[in-house]
Design a protein around this ligand. Structure first.
Ligand SMILES: [Zn+2]
Ligand SMILES: [Zn+2]
Length: 121
């Protein structure tokens, strides 16, 4: 049983039978995978291995740009957090080290006692 041509979906139609959505006089060379419209060779641009129309290309690059900006923001936040944590760790370790030094080191009695121990026969 043959399907009458009127029922055949537009997607099933041969490419060369199609016309460019923007140039009705030109044969379609490609179909934009994003908006599903047919376009002539001049109206499509290759982008990331796909042939996109200029409208979808603009949308795709804008989305990629937004994604890149968001990623850069996340990366910046990660580095800032890492930097703050590393600095906090360094200052904490320095503080802990200073606390371990006995008080007699600061008031000088430690050195006097060491000198006395050395001078003793
Ligand atoms: Zn498109
Ligand atoms: Zn065209």
């Amino acid at each position: 049983m043959n399907v009458p041509p009127a029922v055949v979906p537009a997607a099933g139609a041969k490419l060369h039978a199609r016309r460019c959505a923007r140039h009705p006089t030109r044969e379609a060379a490609a179909r934009c995978p994003s908006c599903r419209e047919f376009f002539c060779r001049e109206c499509v641009v290759e982008h990331a291995g796909r042939l996109l129309c200029s409208v979808c290309l603009g949308r795709a690059t804008a989305a990629a740009e937004k994604r890149r900006e968001r990623l850069a923001g996340v990366r910046r936040l990660t580095w800032t957090t890492t930097g703050v944590l590393v600095l906090w760790g360094v200052f904490y370790a320095t503080g802990a080290l200073l606390l371990k030094i006995p008080a007699e080191f600061h008031d000088g009695t430690m050195w006097r006692r060491a000198a006395a121990a050395v001078s003793e026969p």
